[in-house]
Design a protein around this ligand. Structure first.
Ligand SMILES: [Mn+2]
Length: 298
């Protein structure tokens, strides 16, 4: 559950190589014709550091497909490319990073607006983490920021707190805020929820909480991911029951203006310390301007 100094040393190395790999992927986006070309650059960097991929890389312009392992799509100007890739050291310690960038090197105004909401959720979650806080509270922080942002944009209508209570955030953020990270990328999930859930706790049946992989108070030495997202998943948004339940709170006409935002996720690896937190993957930028620079190379 908590990592000792030797483990943290390994986890730092996995994080450092994963950062280099994402930077290589960003640079490769300038010339790559397909998702596969970007994936190759990312995984080459991991291999060149004598590491392996900690999990099957996600490198996709179909950003709304949460575990997409196809790489054949052409990269087109106007697409967002979502990359979820991490390295694993020879001893088996993993990193897990997601970034989303514009293939052209320039986010559109609509992509920028949604990206800023996801980034605000990411930043506020990380700022809120400390030893003793409930991880579910971090998840709900992200849910609230996303609901507030979507209300501001006119996509959702209503009071953000009420919207989170009715799980309206999960229409666009249909997964948990993150998970434990260590020898496995979803560390210890082979035990079901035995490690992820504190004794006596079980998964919620709520649409907006049931996907949470970790539900216990955080403590120093734990390494968790923080990975808020926004996606337009047709299977969720076109579901007849949901369209009825959320018919009054979702502005479909306004949402249609954001059709070039299929999905955005931003994920970092956060170590809880006795004095606060340390983001092991912080050296990889999350701000739009810095990412646009890395893509365009200027
Ligand atoms: Mn993850």
């Amino acid at each position: 559950m908590t990592h000792d100094a030797a483990a943290i040393g390994e986890l730092r190395q996995a994080a450092a190589v994963s950062i280099q790999a994402h930077q290589a992927g960003m640079a490769a986006t300038r010339t790559a014709k397909t998702e596969a070309g970007v994936r190759a650059a990312i995984e080459q960097m991991i291999m060149a550091n004598n590491m392996t991929t900690a999990y099957t890389s996600i490198v996709t312009v179909q950003d709304e497909v949460l575990h997409n392992n196809h790489y054949h799509h052409e990269l087109k100007s106007g697409d967002l490319l979502l990359v979820d890739a991490g390295a694993e050291t020879a001893a088996g310690w993993a990193a897990d990073i997601t970034r989303t960038w514009a293939v052209s090197g320039r986010f559109s105004p609509t992509q920028r607006a949604i990206y800023e909401i996801v980034l605000l959720a990411h930043d506020l979650c990380i700022a809120t983490i400390k030893s003793g806080i409930e991880y579910q509270e971090i998840h709900l922080t992200a849910a609230r920021v996303i609901a507030e942002g979507l209300v501001d944009l006119g996509i959702l209508r209503g009071n953000p707190t009420d919207l989170v209570e009715m799980d309206a955030h999960a229409l666009f953020f249909p997964h948990g805020i993150g998970h434990l990270l260590g020898l496995d990328v979803h560390d210890m999930e082979d035990f079901g929820d035995l490690a992820g859930y504190a004794e006596g706790r079980t998964r919620s049946d709520r649409f907006g909480l049931g996907y949470l992989r970790l539900n216990r108070p955080l403590q120093a030495g734990m390494l968790v991911t923080i990975e808020p997202g926004f996606y337009q998943v047709p299977a969720i948004l076109n579901d007849r029951d949901r369209r009825e339940k959320y018919g009054d709170v979702l502005n479909w006409d306004r949402l249609a203006e954001f059709s070039d935002v299929r999905g955005i996720r931003i994920e970092d690896d956060v170590l809880i310390t006795t004095t606060g937190t340390e983001v092991l993957t912080a050296a990889l930028p999350t701000k739009i301007e810095a990412i646009e620079q890395l893509i365009s190379g200027n």
